[in-house]
Design a protein around this ligand. Structure first.
Ligand code: HGY
Ligand code: MN
Ligand code: MN
Length: 407
């Protein structure tokens, strides 16, 4: 009989093979690949005696009934970045499912129901936003996002409808705070700290705040061979100057990170001076006031660069997520569970965003990090080992027992 950690790892491998493109793992919101992945997870949930549903935005939710009224939510996200690893998000859903399967094998029912959420969009790959799935779950979805378009001009509303959801029901689909005991998410650390400490798992103290901005510079397209350098209004040069300004600004602030992960030019031809350059800005810090100050200074800098080159620029904040501390009581119980199964408790911040940040709007949240090799993530080389996954399953199973004792 295979152990729970081996099964969880094998399922991550299987889901890692369900991609929208050949040759790399990419599973965006509302894609065929997401549908196929959810169908697989739904089957495993049903085998674990869970009822399964998809909510208005397409989050997959499996429910294991308990004997009390309240519900504990476990889970993470099933979407990925582009050229992703197979554990970011997915491992959290598989560990949650493994814990329910262990209860079912023992024929055990807890004094609360357990729901395992496979959120439909945490990365925001397709629409540049983040927490689309968990924000609907938390009742904080902003209606203005419905008009956001993906690179093919398809809006979120259209994508939700095509995937079988109901865009008109997104703002009202939030769960009731009173129904929920809390939310606990297991996620790979995506950093090197646990590996350096030699700890299999870590307890998350808080999740960083982030700003996602769409910045576009507009100059004048022209012939690469005939337009003299003096007087050009090259949009890509303005963007390049801004990218370095971002790196410089973040480097000056301790614990700040800033990334331009996407850039595209128009008309994107070897012999044409770029008339437009569109880039993404991802700015993060644990203190929202510091993040806000740097964001404003970068906005001013973008304007100054554009004016200095006789160009225009467009600055559009796609989304802001505040820094979120995890719930002290739930986190203390999770730390106790880790300690009682014999592992050191290392409390640590999360530089990555997680669905827990969105669900924290309606429920106490706690997070458990799992060591990952070299801290590598958002990269196909992402890797965890079976023993650490087994520790995570044991920790969450014991956390459930402690929570049940307290009911
Ligand atoms: O970007 C993040 O922090 C997360 O992976 N969505
Ligand atoms: Mn991620
Ligand atoms: Mn993630």
């Amino acid at each position: 009989m295979k152990d729970a950690a081996t099964i969880a790892m094998e399922r991550c491998d299987f889901l890692g093979g369900i991609s929208e493109e050949n040759g790399l793992l990419v599973r965006p919101f509302g894609s065929q690949a997401m549908q196929r992945a959810q169908d697989a997870v739904s089957g495993w949930m049903q085998e674990a005696s869970m009822s399964v549903r998809r909510d208005a935005i397409g989050n997959l939710i499996g429910r294991y009934e308990g004997t009390g009224e309240k519900t504990l939510i476990l889970g993470s996200h099933l979407d990925t970045v582009r050229d992703a690893g197979r554990y970011d998000g997915i491992l959290g859903v598989m560990v949650a499912l493994a814990c329910v399967e262990l209860l079912r094998e023992r024929g055990e029912r807890l004094p609360f129901a357990i729901e395992v959420a496979g959120f439909a969009d945490e990365e925001g790959l397709r629409f540049g936003t983040t927490y689309l799935g968990s924000s609907v779950f938390a009742g904080t979805f902003e209606e203005e996002l419905l008009g956001y378009e993906d690179p093919d001009g398809i809006t979120i509303a259209e994508a939700v409808r095509t995937a079988g959801g109901d865009p008109d029901a997104l703002t009202g689909a939030g769960r009731r705070r009173d129904d929920l005991l809390g939310y606990c998410e297991v996620h790979i650390e995506q950093g090197p700290v646990l590996e350096r400490l030699g700890d299999p798992v870590g307890v998350v103290a808080g999740i960083t705040g982030q700003s996602r901005v769409r910045v576009e510079f507009s100059g004048e397209a022209g012939h690469a061979g005939t337009v003299p350098m003096k007087g050009r209004r090259d949009a890509l040069c303005a963007a390049a100057e801004f990218v370095l300004a971002v790196e410089e600004a973040a480097g000056k602030e301790s614990d700040m990170v800033a990334t331009v992960g996407h850039i595209s030019v128009h008309p994107d031809a070897h012999n044409v001076i770029p008339g437009k350059a569109l880039l993404s800005l991802d700015l993060r810090h644990g203190d929202d006031a510091v993040r806000g100050r740097v964001l404003q200074s970068l906005r001013a800098r973008a304007g100054k660069i554009a004016r200095g080159r006789g160009e225009e620029h467009d600055w559009r904040v796609q989304q802001e997520s505040r820094a979120v501390p995890t719930d002290p009581d739930l986190t203390a119980l999770l730390a106790r569970a880790v300690e009682e199964i014999g592992h050191p408790v290392h409390r640590m911040p999360s530089g990555a965003g997680h669905d827990a940040a969105a669900v924290a709007e309606i429920a106490p949240v706690a997070m458990l990090f799992v060591r990952c090799r070299g801290g590598i993530s958002h990269n196909p080389a992402e890797s965890v080992n079976r023993e650490d996954v087994a520790v995570a399953i044991d920790a969450i199973s014991h956390f459930l027992e402690l929570l049940a004792e307290n009911r």
